[in-house]
Design a protein around this ligand. Structure first.
Ligand SMILES: Nc1ncnc2c1ncn2[C@@H]1O[C@H](COP(=O)(O)OP(=O)(O)OP(=O)(O)O)[C@@H](O)[C@H]1O
Length: 263
């Protein structure tokens, strides 16, 4: 469904942040893209959703094919119209609008009233908490509910492929589990997912295959089960060697990274 080959991305005149990245997402299942802060995960998502230019970046080499067609020159709206929909990091729900209005906004490209109503009831089945809060303003929802709304809004556009950027970020472990279950369910319902995560444990538990990015390069890839048994992933990303605590340079506190929700 999605074929990325030899992709290079840079911001302005700086050194490229992605080098020769190749990655494939098939017709079904979940593909996880793992990596530490700054590895280039979000930049890859932006390249695929064609929002990279909005962030001052560009694709300088390689190709991105979606459903067999080159999309490297497409614009963001064109990509969404083809069924490739991104839920960016940080949720970005429309705070002053209600849950229902947010869902309407997600369905703006869907013409048929019946199709919209059908998708809305499927979405409410998947997220009963949103159904209970359909007239509540999105800005007053909890962090976990906002993340669910961001995913639900993307589903309203009836995507053929969903890109999820760090859906577990900032959520408590119980909610991370729920997000993982939701991702599984979306894939089971027939929408393949490219899941970007720092939470390697969650991502590898829901994914079929996975890629590990380091400093803009794919350094490991394969079936998720194999990656979760690789020494490097276990040591650096699943925190099995006590190696998961690094200095947070912003305030000097030692904080667990990558494996922070796995305890
Ligand atoms: N708009 C931008 N302008 C310049 N450089 C950027 C921009 N966005 C990202 N970068 C740089 O690109 C590199 C990759 O960042 P990116 O956000 O893609 O990584 P990431 O793996 O998603 O990290 P995180 O998990 O922290 O979100 C970093 O060195 C970052 O500083």
């Amino acid at each position: 469904m999605l074929e990325i080959e030899g992709l290079a991305v840079r911001y302005g005149a700086r050194e490229p942040v992605l080098h020769e990245v190749s990655l494939t997402v098939g017709e079904a299942g979940v593909v996880a893209l793992l990596g530490a802060n700054g590895a280039g995960k979000t930049s890859l998502m932006r390249a695929v959703s064609r929002t990279i230019a909005l962030h001052g970046g560009s694709v300088t080499a390689g190709s991105i094919r979606f459903l067999g067609q080159e999309i490297t020159g497409a614009n963001p709206a064109g990509v969404v119209a083809r069924g490739l929909v991104q839920v960016p990091e940080g949720r970005h729900v429309f705070g002053p609008l209600t849950v229902d209005e947010n869902l309407d906004a997600g369905a703006i490209t869907v013409r048929s009233r019946e199709a919209k109503a059908r998708t809305r009831s499927q979405v409410f089945e998947m997220f009963p908490r949103l159904a209970e809060r359909r007239r509540q303003r999105a800005g007053t929802l909890s962090g976990g509910e906002q993340q669910m709304l961001a995913i639900a809004r993307a589903l309203m556009s009836q995507p053929k492929l969903l890109l999820l950027d760090e859906p577990s970020l900032g959520l408590a472990p119980r909610l991370v589990e729920q997000i993982g279950e939701t991702v599984r369910e979306i894939a089971r319902d027939g929408v393949p997912v490219l899941l970007v995560e720092q939470n390697a444990a969650m991502a590898l538990s829901v994914a079929h295959s996975a890629y590990l990015l380091e400093l803009g390069r794919v350094v490991l890839s394969g079936p998720a089960g194999e990656l979760s048994h690789s020494d490097e992933v276990r040591r650096l990303y699943l925190g099995e060697d006590g190696d998961d605590v690094e200095e947070d340079v912003s305030d000097g506190r030692a904080v667990p990274r990558l494996s922070r929700w796995t305890a």
